[in-house]
Design a protein. Structure first.
Length: 209
C-alpha cells in the first residue's frame, strides 16, 4: 500500500491556515499555494538518489553529491493544479510540464477528461501529479490512469488538502503511488467538497466564481 505523508512543518501549517480563510484575496491565495507547494516539494524529494561526482571549486578539485539520473515531470490537473506548478519548478527548473484536463460532473461527482499532453519520455521520468484538492479521488485516479497508459511508471501525488475518502480511493486504485498533503481534513459534505477545506481552489486561485 502507498504511503500517505501529511506534512506537519510549522511553516506549512501556518500558511495553510491563512489559505483556508475566506477573506484571503486571490493574489495572496496564489502566492500561498506556490509557497506551500515549494515547501512540500522540498520534503517529498528527500528520497531522490544521489551519486558522487568530481567538481572543481575555485581552490581545488573535490568530490560532491549530485542527483543521480532521475528526470522529473510536474503534471497539474487542470485548472486548479496550475497554481502548484511554479512551486515545483522553483526547486527543479529542469522539470518538464505536462497537463491533464478534466471537469467534474456536479451530479455524479465523477471526472470527465478532455485533455492530456505529457512529455514524450514520461516513462523515464518521476511524475509529480499536482492538484490542490484530493476530495472524492476520482480526478486523481483518472489522471494517474492516463499517465500509466502512456508509459508512466514512477508517480507521486501532491495536494494541499485531502479527504479520507479520496485518500482511500486513490490508494486502492494505485497502491504504488505515494500521496503527499499539507492537511488531512475530516471528510466530504453532500456535494463532495472537503470539510473544513478551503473552498473551490480553482476559483480562489484565478479569481472566478
Amino acid at each position: 500500500m502507498s504511503q500517505l505523508i501529511v506534512f506537519d512543518h510549522p511553516l506549512i501549517q501556518h500558511k495553510v491556515s491563512i489559505l483556508r480563510k475566506k477573506d484571503t484575496a486571490s493574489n495572496k491565495f496564489r502566492a500561498l499555494v506556490e509557497e506551500i507547494t515549494m515547501l512540500m516539494c522540498y520534503e517529498s524529494m528527500r528520497d531522490l538518489p544521489l551519486e558522487t561526482v568530481e567538481i572543481e571549486t575555485p581552490l581545488q578539485k573535490t568530490e560532491a553529491k549530485a542527483i543521480s539520473g532521475i528526470k522529473l515531470a510536474v503534471i497539474p490537473i487542470l485548472r486548479a493544479g496550475l497554481g502548484m506548478v511554479n512551486g515545483v519548478l522553483n526547486l527543479v527548473p529542469s522539470a518538464r510540464v505536462g497537463h491533464i484536463g478534466m471537469y467534474r460532473d456536479e451530479q455524479t461527482l465523477e471526472p470527465h477528461p478532455y485533455y492530456c499532453k505529457l512529455p514524450s519520455n514520461i516513462g523515464e521520468r518521476l511524475a509529480i501529479v499536482v492538484d490542490p484538492m484530493l476530495a472524492t479521488g476520482g480526478s486523481a485516479v483518472d489522471a494517474i490512469d492516463q499517465i500509466k497508459a502512456l508509459g508512466g511508471k514512477k508517480i507521486k501525488f501532491m495536494c494541499l488538502v485531502a479527504a479520507p475518502e479520496g485518500v482511500k480511493r486513490l490508494q486502492e486504485a494505485h497502491p504504488d503511488v505515494d500521496i503527499y498533503c499539507a492537511s488531512l481534513d475530516k471528510g466530504l459534505n453532500e456535494n463532495g467538497y472537503i470539510l473544513p477545506g478551503l473552498g473551490d481552489a480553482g476559483d480562489r486561485i484565478f479569481g472566478t466564481k
